[in-house]
Design a protein around this ligand. Structure first.
Ligand code: AMP
Ligand code: MG
Length: 427
């Protein structure tokens, strides 16, 4: 059976980012949050746009104030008042100064700002008691960024700081990758939707809802295709439809070796190349990863802009399907979405508060709460059952501690590798 690392390598090798030419759209800056830049941005503006003052004070010629002191102040004539937002009207000559406020444009002729705290004003004259360094408190045009240099590279996610930079550069429209379309299918005769009556023997489909949230959080557009019963024909037609219209299809259930587990056979009959059928991970062993390529008949009718698709058949158990999403699907989806880096899983080292156990046979993931305490991560194992069928105690957790193959115990107080998961709002 494939190890977790081997499976991860196979998956990521098959995932190619969306196409920089075909798979992009132009959006307004206001819609940019969380989107991924498809084209590098360059600005024709310098930052700062012009020399300006970093202080409230007086713009002077350094030669006029050099060597001045409290006993021998430099005395200059104030010829202009320059608040922020105004263009200076005078060129500062020798013996002159301009009152200047923070952020205001430096007047021609002046090269230095004297802070107001070391001055005394008398009418139209300013007494300067202490000389600053030459060019002090001047933010020079182009010191932070020169027009024409690369401003932001393609492949980055846009958050507050990037959007602030784009706004400053007056980049009102930008080219971003379209969001990948991700079809989600729940399989199983036992499943009902949350609003259907729960007859004996039935189970509510929770995977569809969890996966839709995770897809959206990872930059995709979830397309919830609902519940499909364990009937090969129904399953085949739903999968065929999903593959033809989505960049990625995620099904849950039906990938085990049970009598009603049809997914692999259906994928094969539809021309998929199956790369993975099982991974040595707990929970989550039965996991199918397949790809559909352009040559497959599935894309010819109906005509579709999508020419290949990734297929993840996740195990049905609610915890198994979430753990395998976090470990394998999320990085794949982020890479597909166009992120050029930081799409990999986020592992941290944490001190475990409790003993963690595994049978040592497969790489095991147990869930709990990860917290930063005085700069060090601590991990608190969720109470209750760590069965892959127990979804309940997964709520309000944000970390999966990893016990590698052959490790049967992590003792309280020992360090453990933890995969960060869940919503940032929970941390
Ligand atoms: P399967 O992988 O199809 O054998 O499913 C394993 C178990 O996972 C089933 O017996 C159900 O208890 C559970 N399960 C399957 N699909 C879902 C789902 N969509 N939501 C919640 N539980 C599910
Ligand atoms: Mg099933």
């Amino acid at each position: 059976m494939l190890s977790v690392e081997q499976a991860e390598a196979i998956i990521l090798e098959k995932v190619q980012p969306l196409d920089t030419a075909r798979d992009t759209e132009v959006i307004d800056l206001l819609e940019a949050m969380g989107r991924i830049l498809a084209t590098p941005v360059t600005s024709q503006l310098d930052f700062p746009h012009w020399d300006n003052s970093a202080m409230d004070g007086y713009a002077v010629r350094y030669a006029d104030v050099q060597g001045c002191s409290a006993e021998k102040p430099a005395i200059l004539a104030i010829v202009d008042e320059i608040p922020a937002g105004y263009q200076p009207q005078h060129t500062i000559q020798s013996g002159q100064a301009a009152r200047i406020l923070t952020g205001a444009m430096m007047p021609a002729g002046a090269d230095t700002v004297v802070m107001q705290e070391v001055t005394r004003r008398e009418g139209d004259r300013i007494f300067i008691h202490s000389a600053p360094e030459p060019q002090a408190f001047v933010r020079h045009q182009g010191a932070f960024y020169k027009a024409g240099e690369p401003l932001l590279p393609a492949g980055i996610a846009l958050g507050a700081t990037e959007i602030a930079v784009l706004a400053s550069a007056q980049c009102n429209q930008l080219s971003v990758y379209r969001r990948p379309r991700v079809a989600i299918i729940s399989t199983g005769d036992e499943l009902v939707t949350p609003d259907q009556a729960l007859q004996p023997g039935k189970l509510v489909d929770s995977n569809q809802y969890a996966l839709a949230v995770l897809v959206a959080q990872s930059g995709g557009i979830p397309e919830m295709l609902g519940i499909v019963p364990d009937e090969p024909e129904a399953l085949k037609s739903t999968i065929a439809k999903a593959v033809a219209s989505a960049d990625m299809v995620i099904s849950s259930g039906g990938v085990s070796v049970g009598d009603y587990d049809y997914v692999d056979a259906i994928l094969a009959s539809l021309g998929a190349e199956i790369h993975i059928r099982a991974i040595a991970i707990k929970p989550g062993k039965p996991l199918t990863f397949a790809t559909f390529s352009q040559s497959g008949e599935i894309f010819s009718s109906p005509p579709s802009p999508i020419t290949h698709a990734l297929y993840f058949g996740l195990p049905g158990n609610p915890v198994s399907s979430l753990v395998t999403f976090w470990r394998f699907v999320q990085p794949a989806l982020k890479k597909l979405a166009g992120l050029s880096q930081f799409w990999g899983p986020n592992f941290v080292q944490a001190r475990s508060h409790q003993e963690l156990r595994s049978d040592g046979k497969r790489e095991s993931y147990v869930w709990g709460k990860l917290q930063l305490v005085d700069g060090l991560y601590e991990f608190d194992l969720a109470g209750g059952s760590h069965s892959s069928g127990n979804l309940i105690n997964l709520a309000q957790t944000n970390g999966l501690a990893v016990l590698p193959v052959d490790v049967k115990f992590i003792r309280p107080g020992e360090m453990v590798k933890v995969l960060q998961v869940g919503s940032p709002l929970l941390n």
